[in-house]
Design a protein around this ligand. Structure first.
Ligand code: SAM
Length: 291
């Protein structure tokens, strides 16, 4: 099957199958060969890589991935796209098509099955033009499940990419920034304008690469507790940290306790969560846990 990365080639496939875009699945297909090359370059693939592509659409990017990686597994929710994928990817014997909701896939099992031949495939990577309506759950699922991934190269809404990369003191800094930065080094790689898609999305997009750390960059005794503190601080981001944390009934903390710990850390009692670094959240969690 010829390269699908142009509006004409994509339209021809869609017409052949009478395919109708489903908004509810966030379907915006890439139709720019130059941009497809750039995105796939960001993942730094070799024939020793096994790649998971989430939401392959009609298989446009999959063709590029299949050329460069040893093996590609695609997971697509829309049953109408499965016969199309079988057609467009028919020439590749290193592609496995799975018809499933990515949030329901047992990722550990998937990695185990496909990395069984460890002599051949040394690493596992994710590359995807993500459906924007579930970007955050997909990313959090990939990170929290602690599957042995090397990197995740994904196209997301530009604003979400920035949120993952920023540090304290900016308006975009929040629970997603801290969660991503605990597990991975985020790098925004390239901006992608709406013209590169069919149909065109209303927002600008960007490709971000998350390179997973073998060990988190900070040591914290109970990471889950730290993330509960982080969520509570950003749920009420206009409040001071002491008020935000003591208002969260699940944490059982008094305002005085939080202020005392902030003092021990040489932080102002009126500080807000958005001013704390990941390291400071880790220290706060360890100190509050010990009380
Ligand atoms: N990769 C294609 C491309 O770049 O042209 C399509 C990307 S499109 C933004 C998102 C794709 O994800 C669509 O094919 C959509 O059907 C699929 N999708 C949406 N929700 C999904 C889910 N929960 N699990 C798996 N695939 C999903």
């Amino acid at each position: 099957m010829a390269n699908l990365g142009t509006p004409t080639a994509t339209a021809a496939v869609l017409n052949k199958y009478d395919f109708v875009f489903r908004k509810k699945y966030g379907q915006n297909f890439l139709v720019d060969m130059h941009m497809l090359e750039k995105i796939v370059d960001c993942a730094e693939l070799t024939k020793e890589d096994c790649v998971l592509e989430i939401g392959p659409g009609i298989g446009t990017m999959t063709q590029y991935l299949a050329e460069r990686a040893g093996k590609v597994i695609v997971v697509e929710i829309d049953g109408d796209l499965i016969p199309i994928l079988k057609d467009t990817l028919g020439d590749y014997d290193n592609v496995t098509i799975i018809h499933q909701d990515i949030l329901k896939v047992d990722l550990h099992q998937l990695v185990e099955e496909h990395l069984a031949d460890r002599q051949k495939y040394k690493s596992f990577k994710v590359v995807a033009n993500l459906p924007y309506y579930i970007t955050t759950p997909i990313i959090m699922n990939l990170l929290e499940k602690k599957i042995p991934l090397d990197n995740i190269t994904i196209m997301v809404q530009k604003e979400v990419a920035e949120r993952m990369q920023v540090g304290p003191g900016t308006k975009d800094y929040g629970a997603l920034s801290l969660a991503v930065q605990y597990y991975a080094k985020p790098e925004v790689m390239v901006s992608v304008p709406p013209e590169c898609f069919m149909p065109r999305p209303k927002v600008a997009s960007a490709v971000i690469r998350l390179t997973l750390y073998p060990e988190p960059p900070i040591k914290v005794s109970d990471p889950e507790y730290m993330f509960r503190l982080i969520r509570a601080s950003f749920n009420q981001r206009r409040k001071t940290l002491a008020n935000g944390l003591s208002n969260d009934s699940g944490l059982h903390l008094t305002r005085e306790t939080v202020i005392e710990v902030l003092r021990q850390m040489d932080l102002s009692e009126t500080i807000r969560g958005e001013a704390l670094t990941l390291e400071q959240f880790g220290e706060l969690a360890d100190r509050l846990r010990k009380l």
